[in-house]
Design a protein around this ligand. Structure first.
Ligand SMILES: N[C@@H](CCSC[C@H]1O[C@@H](n2cnc3c(=O)[nH]cnc32)[C@H](O)[C@@H]1O)C(=O)O
Ligand SMILES: [Zn+2]
Length: 429
């Protein structure tokens, strides 16, 4: 199957300026990018005039099925939010609920230009089924809290997910191991997970230093910072690591992360809304640490539109430094694509538009008042565009949305399922 995108503006997300050209997709890969590729080479032609072709966004930190809890418990402190609202609701979620919640989130992601995501949650087998069916790319993790005594069950579920799904769905699904955080995973089980990750050559996905309270708790328990806690467990030298948040890091903490494989998912909307603080994004980047972008779950962030994260990320650094030259538009866009792809351990697979990479890309419609005139494309996309400007979404060479019509998700049935299930899950909480 060959798809030809004709006469479009190509934004590769590498350093070159946007240019006019055609993009030829052959099966699951980008086969050619240049002006005037002959129509005869294609089975299907997509006219790209007045559109920008860019790599799809990579959401580096999601709890996908938390879409079921969207707008259910806002304007609360993180620990109240988690303990009083989220955890009791999650305890009621059945595997089938998770399947529909994951689908709801995927509908939103495809509509707003995200082609891949990293998800840490529960009942991940059902998320995998939904990913396989819908056609997105995902790195899936069974999140594990080890405060109660059935840690063994959680580990078994995590390993079962890996055995069943790693490399499945035409290679669109990969897996990680997910000890939830320093404050929910004591040293012994955490070390066990690290040893397994090393043995099975799997990355680790965890939360780090999201709140000041976490810093206090880890100081009280272990007389360390959260970053020191993970460092002293040997995490950073043993395997590829995806750290969500990393808001409260000292200079010394940043030094401990330096040289790590993987990096940090910055989730600015969730951090802003929960009042957590501003992550030292530029400080980490100066030390060569990869920093990508994620949304966190819709339960906290409310939306999983990556355009919102791009705006929030750049504005926060400008504000933090009192300097509008910090984190310019292209760099923020690269965080959402190329850098996040590195966090998912997919550096050579997705994240930029390059011949040979997988065909995960989007077309953004510029014929909108808020995207005219086109003085500077990167500025328009970073500072003005939103998810509804995405016209077409392609993953692994397959069109998942065309002209804003979803092709692999039936939305009427989806909304019916989700509203009934969300009501049951949250009743009385
Ligand atoms: N409690 C589960 C597994 C945790 S999955 C990941 C967890 O992270 C939770 N979560 C979502 N957003 C955040 C956040 O911002 N900080 C901390 N945890 C979060 C989410 O609600 C979910 O419970 C168990 O061991 O069975
Ligand atoms: Zn999270």
């Amino acid at each position: 199957m060959k798809i030809l995108i004709k006469d479009t503006t190509v934004l590769t997300m590498n350093s070159e300026a946007p240019f006019r050209g055609d993009i030829l997709i052959e099966d699951d890969r980008i086969a050619d990018i240049r002006p005037d590729i002959p129509d005869a080479d294609a089975d299907e032609i997509i006219q790209g005039t007045d559109m920008v072709a860019a790599p799809g966004f990579v959401n580096a930190h999601q709890h996908t099925a938390m879409s079921l809890l969207r707008a259910f418990s806002d304007d609360l402190k993180l620990m109240d939010w988690l303990d009083k609202k989220v955890l009791p609701a999650e305890a009621r979620m059945t595997p089938e609920d998770i399947y529909w919640g994951a689908k709801l989130s995927m509908a939103e992601m495809i509509r707003s230009g995200t082609t891949a995501f990293a998800d840490m949650y529960i009942h991940m087998n059902e998320v995998a089924c939904a990913v396989e069916e819908v056609g997105m790319r995902a790195s899936l993790t069974r999140g594990m809290v080890f405060l109660e005594d059935d840690g063994g069950r959680r580990m078994n579920e995590a390993l079962d997910l890996v055995a069943r799904w790693n490399g499945q769905a035409e290679g669109r699904i990969t897996t990680m191991l997910g000890p939830h955080s320093p404050y929910t995973c004591p040293p012994e089980p955490f070390k066990e997970v690290i040893a397994l990750a090393e043995k099975l050559n799997l990355p680790v996905h965890t939360h780090l230093a999201e709140t000041k309270e976490e810093v206090v708790t880890i100081r009280e328990r272990y007389n360390q910072t959260p970053a020191e806690y993970l460092y002293n467990l040997g995490l950073f030298e043993r395997t590829h690591v995806l750290l969500a948040h990393s808001v409260h890091l000292t200079r010394k903490d940043i030094g401990l992360l330096k040289g790590m494989k993987g990096g940090v998912s910055h989730n600015p909307v969730s951090n802003l809304k929960l009042g957590c603080g501003i992550a030292p994004v530029l400080g980490m980047m100066e030390q060569g640490i990869t920093v990508g972008l994620g949304t966190d779950g819709a339960g906290s962030a409310t939306t999983v539109d990556m355009f919102e994260e791009i705006k929030a990320a750049t504005w926060l650094q400008k504000l933090d430094y009192g300097d509008p030259t910090r984190l310019p538009a292209l760099q923020a866009l690269q965080m959402a694509t190329r850098e996040s792809a590195k966090l998912l351990n997919l550096r050579d697979v997705i994240g930029t538009l390059e011949v040979g990479k997988k065909a995960d890309l989007i077309l953004i419609d510029l014929k909108k008042p808020h995207l005219q005139p086109a003085h500077n494309l990167e500025s328009l996309l970073a500072y003005s565009a939103n998810g509804a400007d995405v016209d077409t979404t392609i993953v692994n060479g397959k069109v998942l949305m065309r002209g804003r019509q979803l092709l692999t998700i039936e939305e009427e049935e989806l909304f019916k399922q989700v509203s009934a299930r969300a009501k049951r899950i949250t009743e009385g909480i």
